[in-house]
Design a protein around this ligand. Sequence first.
Ligand SMILES: NC(=O)C1=CN([C@@H]2O[C@H](COP(=O)(O)OP(=O)(O)OC[C@H]3O[C@@H](n4cnc5c(N)ncnc54)[C@H](O)[C@@H]3O)[C@@H](O)[C@H]2O)[C@@H](O)CC1
Length: 497
Amino acid sequence: MSEFILSPEGARRVDARLEPAGLLDLAMEEAGRAVADAVQASFPEGPALLLAGGGANGGDALVAARHLLALGRAVHVLAQPSKHPLTRLNRRRLRAVGGEVQPLNLSSLRRAAASAGIVVDGLLGTGFVPPLRPALAAVIEVLNAAHDAGLPILSIDIPSGLDASCADVAGLSVRADMTVTFMGFKTASLFGEAATRSGRVTLAPLRVPPDWVRGEALGIRPDDLEVAVLLPVRTASAHKGTAGRVWIVGGHPGTVGAAALAGLGALRAGAGLVTVHSLADVPLVTPELMVQRHTNWDHALPELRASGLPDAVALGMGLGPQAVGVAREVLAWGIPTVLDADALHPELAGHGHPQCLWTPHPGEAARLLGMGTPEVTRDPLAAARRLQELLGGTVVLKGGPSVVASADTLSVSRGGHPGMASGGMGDTLSGVLAALLGQGLSAADAGVAGVRLHARAGELAARAHGYGLIASDVSDELGAAWLDLKQSWGQFDTDSD
Ligand SMILES: NC(=O)C1=CN([C@@H]2O[C@H](COP(=O)(O)OP(=O)(O)OC[C@H]3O[C@@H](n4cnc5c(N)ncnc54)[C@H](O)[C@@H]3O)[C@@H](O)[C@H]2O)[C@@H](O)CC1
């Protein structure tokens, strides 16, 4: 692989395998430039105060200072001593274009903060190893006090003092208004109190080898346009047999509603024919939903198989104690399958296939991984990646936000509504996902599109109901959500003829 590297010595072509430092130099240059652009776009007023730590995070700040200077912005740079070769190189580059670098201490910080319009925090990035040393803790306290008095802070990659791979916050950290993060979103940018302290997070993708991103469990956040492209469209010649035949396998005496809600979700997400297969009496939530009651699974499953398999199955919702055996059998059919609730069992590891979609909430994820729920919620990106490796196919780790993990990517959902935290929402989602699989989407695409469609429907339902949102309200809005997402792409514009 060859790259052009721009260095003070001039442009030269290097082989990245032989010269990884060249690639890092380019990545730091892009990172620093992205920070400078964000400062100019979001905080154009007053001098920019840049704080550079001793590692590569500080190097990014020094690059940003050079770009801001080139754009005519008044800059003030306070830096810690550094042994990092690229950070030292960028200090020399900044000085070479007339930039001044002064030592960072509490009095220089207080003085510079008094006249700054924005502080750029490049003290600590992903290389931070807790606990915070006292000298830097004092610097962060001064910084947060200035922030409380109205000085905005933009953090580079993650706010200093946060552990990038942790949603929880153990101690002191910078409280940023905005964070410019690189390559992919970190757990700290997306989840829990760490996300709150990160402020608005924007992603600057860097030209780095893809395995750098995979190796660190970094997420992407598909926007509505990307989701709209994935959502299926019916052709004029479609009929109910081509729009996806879906089976819902679930329900048990006492938990039949779960299967019915999944069926409703599948119908409203566009499946042509939906049948609920259950050992219990399923309530007639809508006459369009077909229901077949069976006496036992040992007989029912071979008969169902012989009757001709559907385009997709969702199983597990309220299925009860026989779920693992049923799931094993259905997985052997090799057709697109959503596994939810009772079918999320560690015994099924190794029985999945690429067209499987597993949909655990954090408690189910913890059971699958043999850990506690707090460990899952502390780092949902890593948990989703581990689940995908364990189960195969695609995993939707539900939460706010949900993570969709496929072999190649970790996608993190947008939107939804707090009112969606009520029983049955997950069953609806399983139905939606099965409908999308049945309409021909891959498990990875169905996961990304289905989670967003469900979330958008929740937002629309919340608008209509305000409070006391229930799963069937969300199902009722799935068609409107589909239209809304498609319109964001300019497809199905109601104003055009
Ligand atoms: N990974 C990549 O490919 C890229 C990384 N970049 C930047 O590099 C950063 C990571 O750089 P580094 O690995 O050099 O690490 P950092 O710069 O995040 O942190 C290392 C520095 O923090 C100090 N430090 C660590 N723990 C501390 C503690 N408990 N108390 C006080 N000081 C502490 C170390 O002494 C060292 O000076 C990223 O966050 C990002 O900003 C960018 O340059 C772009 C490319």
